[in-house]
Design a protein around this ligand. Structure first.
Ligand SMILES: [Cu+2]
Length: 114
């Protein structure tokens, strides 16, 4: 009886773990990450399919960052992005967009949406 119970638990835990790993894998595949280390968007350009979400990670020590686009076709503004904070933006409009940081004018990312 004890053995059967632990076997049941193993099966249930295995299924739960598989489902968590599956969700993580889907997230990892579907959400490209742009980092902001050394006051640079990295990579500096990215191509995504329409409807994709891009995750911007402020991994730049104690620096504040910011992510925005003023394109007439697709504008957004993350507001101030605290150190360690990530923001996500969904790109629903096809085209090429320049993404900037309002705090560091040299930071520049080109997003091409197909
Ligand atoms: Cu910045």
């Amino acid at each position: 009886m004890t053995i059967r119970r632990s076997q049941l638990c193993l099966a249930a835990c295995g299924a739960a773990l598989a489902s968590v790993l599956g969700a993580w894998a889907a997230w990892a595949v579907n959400v490209p990450v742009i980092t902001q280390q050394n006051r640079k968007f990295q990579p500096p350009q990215i191509e995504v399919a329409k409807g994709s979400t891009i995750r911007f990670v402020n991994d730049d020590g104690q620096l504040l960052h910011h992510v925005y686009s003023t394109s007439p076709d697709f504008g957004f503004d993350s507001g101030e992005q605290e150190p360690g904070k990530a923001v996500e933006e969904r790109f629903n409009v096809p085209g090429t967009f320049t993404v900037l940081c309002g705090i560091h004018p040299k930071m520049r990312l080109v997003v091409t949406v197909h």
